[in-house]
Design a protein around this ligand. Structure first.
Ligand SMILES: [Zn+2]
Length: 403
C-alpha cells in the first residue's frame, strides 16, 4: 500500500517543552519520528510542511463543547454534529466530545444516535474526530442549572442512563453529586469506562466524598455552576462545610477544567487554578455554544426548539438583556491565547492542558494528545501569535473549503 510521507517543520510543542528547529515525521496516519531536524533522517520525496516562525502543535482535545456554526449537538441531527465538528476543526480541535445538556429523554437519544452515525463513517472532511460523547446534562441540581434549559433537569434514572451508557459511546459522564441516585450513576459510569465528573451541583464535601468513593474524579468548569462554602451553608443550614472547590483543591487525583475565554474568569483565577492543580490536572475546554463563528444575535442553548435563549453579544453568551454569563462563544485556540496572556504557564504547559491532559483523562492518550512516535498524526500549525493556520487529523489535512 502506498503511504504518504509528510514532514512538519518548525518549533515543535512537546509535553516536556519546546523543540526549536524540530521535525515531526509522519507516514500514513502515524508519527514515526520526532526530533531535531539535524538528527531525523528525512526520506526523499516527503512533503514538507513548514511552520516557519510558528509552531507545530498537537491537535486540541475538547472534552466539553456544545456546538458551533449555528448548531448545538442537542439538535440531534447528523448535520448539527458535522457542522459543529468542522467549525471546531478549523480552530485546531482534532478530537471532540459532543456534549449533551438538559433536554427531553427523546432529545438525548436523538443526540446519541446522531453522534454515533457520524462517528461510524467518519472521515477528515467531517471535522474533529469524535472521542466520545460527554453526557453532561440532564442530571443537574435545579438551583445550579444556570443558563441551561430549565425544567428538563432530573435525577439520574437507571432506565435512561443504563441503555445510554451501554452503547459505549459515552466517555465522560456528569452528575450533580447530591442528587438521589448519584452514587449508583457514578458507579455505573465508571464501570463503563467514563471519566466521571460532578457539575451543575451544590454538593457538600461528604456528598463529593460519596461519589469519589465510586470513581468520580473531575469537576466541570471550575467555579461555574458549582458549590462554594457559602452556597452549602445556605442550602444545608450547617456550620461551614467544605464545598466542591475545597474538595477539588484538596485531592491530588481530582482534575478540573476552566473556561479561559477571558470573560468567565479574571486572570488571577486562571492563574490560581493552574497553580493549584498543575497542567496534568487542569484542562482547557471551550464550553462553546452554537454561537461559535456566528454573527451577534439571539440563539438557544440546547435543542433548537426547547433550548434556553441567550444572546451572543460578540464576545460571550449572556442571558438576553443581562450580563449574566451563558457560556462561551470561542473555540480552543482562543482559550490557549488567553491562558498565555493571563497566567505564567509556558506554551508547552498551556498546550498540554488543551491536548494531552484531556486525552489522558478520557483514555485517548495511547493514540492522541501529543506529538510522539507511534501516535496518530493530529497536528496543528500555529502562527507565532498562536492562531491556527492548518489542521491535520490522522495525517490528512482538514480542508476549510468543506465549510
Ligand atoms: Zn457546558
Amino acid at each position: 500500500m502506498y503511504m504518504s510521507t509528510t514532514v512538519f517543520r518548525g518549533t515543535v510543542i512537546l509535553p516536556s517543552g519546546l523543540l526549536p528547529q524540530g521535525v515531526v515525521l509522519v507516514e500514513g496516519e502515524r508519527i514515526v519520528a520526532v526530533g531535531p531536524e539535524r538528527e531525523v533522517k528525512l526520506p526523499l520525496g516527503a512533503t514538507v510542511i513548514d511552520a516557519k516562525e510558528g509552531y507545530v502543535s498537537p491537535g486540541f482535545v475538547d472534552i466539553h463543547t456544545h456546538g458551533g456554526g449555528g448548531f448545538d449537538f442537542m439538535d440531534g441531527t447528523q448535520e448539527a454534529v458535522r457542522v459543529s465538528n468542522r467549525v471546531h476543526a478549523r480552530h485546531g480541535t482534532t478530537s471532540i466530545f459532543p456534549t449533551t445538556t438538559t433536554g427531553t429523554p427523546a432529545q438525548l437519544v436523538d443526540m446519541l444516535d446522531a453522534v454515533e452515525s457520524v462517528r461510524h463513517d467518519w472521515n477528515v472532511a467531517d471535522g474533529a474526530r469524535i472521542g466520545g460523547v460527554h453526557w453532561y446534562g440532564p442530571y443537574f441540581a435545579t438551583e445550579k442549572v444556570g443558563a441551561h434549559p430549565k425544567g428538563y433537569e432530573r435525577n439520574p434514572d437507571p432506565a435512561e442512563y443504563g441503555p445510554a451508557l451501554a452503547r459505549g459511546i459515552i466517555k465522560t459522564a456528569t452528575c450533580a453529586a447530591e442528587l438521589p441516585g448519584a452514587v449508583e450513576f457514578c458507579r455505573v459510569a465508571r464501570a463503563a469506562g467514563c471519566l466521571v465528573t460532578c457539575g451543575h451541583s451544590n454538593a457538600s464535601w461528604p456528598e463529593m466524598a460519596a461519589v469519589y468513593e465510586v470513581g468520580m474524579r473531575h469537576v466541570d468548569h471550575f467555579w461555574n455552576a458549582m458549590s462554594s462554602t457559602d452556597s452549602i451553608r445556605k442550602r444545608l443550614n450547617t456550620p461551614q462545610r467544605g464545598s466542591m472547590a475545597e474538595f477539588v483543591l484538596y485531592h491530588p487525583e481530582m482534575s478540573t477544567e476552566v473556561i479561559a475565554d477571558g470573560f468567565h474568569h479574571a486572570p488571577e483565577m486562571l492563574q490560581f487554578a493552574y497553580r493549584m492543580k498543575g497542567s496534568a490536572r487542569l484542562c482547557l475546554v471551550s464550553d462553546c455554544s452554537r454561537a461559535l463563528d456566528t454573527p451577534p444575535g439571539i440563539y438557544r442553548i440546547g435543542h433548537h426548539e426547547t433550548g434556553e435563549p441567550f444572546e451572543n453579544n460578540g464576545t460571550v453568551g449572556v442571558l438576553p438583556g443581562t450580563e449574566k454569563l451563558a457560556g462561551s462563544i470561542f473555540p480552543m485556540e482562543h482559550m490557549i491565547r488567553v491562558m498565555m496572556r493571563d497566567t505564567d504557564a509556558g506554551l508547552a504547559e498551556v498546550i498540554r492542558m488543551a491536548s494531552l491532559t484531556p486525552a489522558e483523562l478520557t483514555g485517548l492518550a495511547k493514540d492522541r494528545g501529543s506529538l510522539e512516535q507511534g501516535k496518530l498524526a493530529d497536528v496543528v500549525l500555529l502562527s507565532p501569535d498562536l492562531f491556527v493556520q492548518r489542521t491535520f487529523i490522522n495525517g490528512v489535512e482538514f480542508k476549510q473549503s468543506v465549510l
